[in-house]
Write a protein that binds this ligand. Structure first.
Ligand SMILES: CC(C)(COP(=O)(O)OP(=O)(O)OC[C@H]1O[C@@H](n2cnc3c(N)ncnc32)[C@H](O)[C@@H]1OP(=O)(O)O)[C@@H](O)C(=O)NCCC(=O)NCCS
Length: 187
């Protein structure tokens, strides 16, 4: 098998739970620790690193595998936006030379009546062939660590109520439904 070929396996945790909520948050001063045994089971050959513009193609491919939509221009625009705002909050998970996941976010303050510096997780994706192997968890842990260094005390995200899988993922990471109500109006 040549370099860059993707090697992944599916591993589904028995402790998956589903919660549905519009806004989720977690305090950053009390990170969930994995036991040594749990750590052994994570994919140790996966590296978390800063995302680069050369990764746009790989991110586009992961998105296409997840959503069925091929959107290269959209990802070029989106990744350029996040890299401009905070390059250290645009992360890639790499394994065997191939990008197998990504997570984008940033720290903001003074929005939605939230004065404290808040880390926002805004876009994420793990290659469907690699899901269930703690890649999403490792991406989140790295991003949360970065948010801490930026002075954030809370991390927040928004999840569509129909997306039980993503809500379950954040629930496993210690996120809880937040007292923040989304409003929407069609234009
Ligand atoms: C959500 C997502 C990032 C999780 O990544 P992952 O690498 O599979 O997750 P992990 O293996 O790190 O799981 C971490 C925890 O979340 C839980 N979890 C993961 N997926 C879950 C699901 N579908 N339902 C419930 N819980 C889930 C795991 O059980 C695990 O909990 P544990 O550590 O207590 O056992 C991934 O499934 C994904 O990319 N989903 C699609 C995202 C999407 O639609 N993005 C928009 C387009 S790009």
């Amino acid at each position: 098998m040549g370099p860059g070929r993707l090697v992944c396996y599916r591993q589904v945790s028995a402790s998956r739970m589903a919660i549905a909520s519009a806004a989720l948050f977690v305090g950053l001063n009390n990170p969930k620790k994995r036991s040594p045994a749990e750590t052994m089971t994570t994919q140790q050959d996966v590296q978390i690193r800063i995302l680069d513009t050369v990764d746009i193609g790989a991110v586009t491919d992961i998105d296409e595998k997840i959503t069925g939509r091929y959107r290269p221009e959209e990802w070029e625009r989106r990744i350029a936006y996040y890299m401009r705002r905070d390059p250290d909050a645009a992360l890639a998970a790499e394994r065997g030379g191939a990008v197998v996941g990504f997570m984008l976010g940033e720290v903001r303050a003074g929005e939605f009546g939230l004065e404290e510096p808040t880390g926002w997780i805004e876009v994420l994706g793990v290659d469907p062939d690699c899901q269930g192997g703690a890649i999403g968890r490792r991406l989140a842990e790295s991003l949360l660590e970065h948010f801490r260094t930026q002075g954030a005390t809370t991390v927040r995200t928004l999840v569509d109520e129909t997306m039980d899988d993503i809500a379950g993922f954040f629930g496993s990471l210690g996120f809880e439904p937040a007292p923040l109500k989304p409003f929407v109006k069609t234009l």
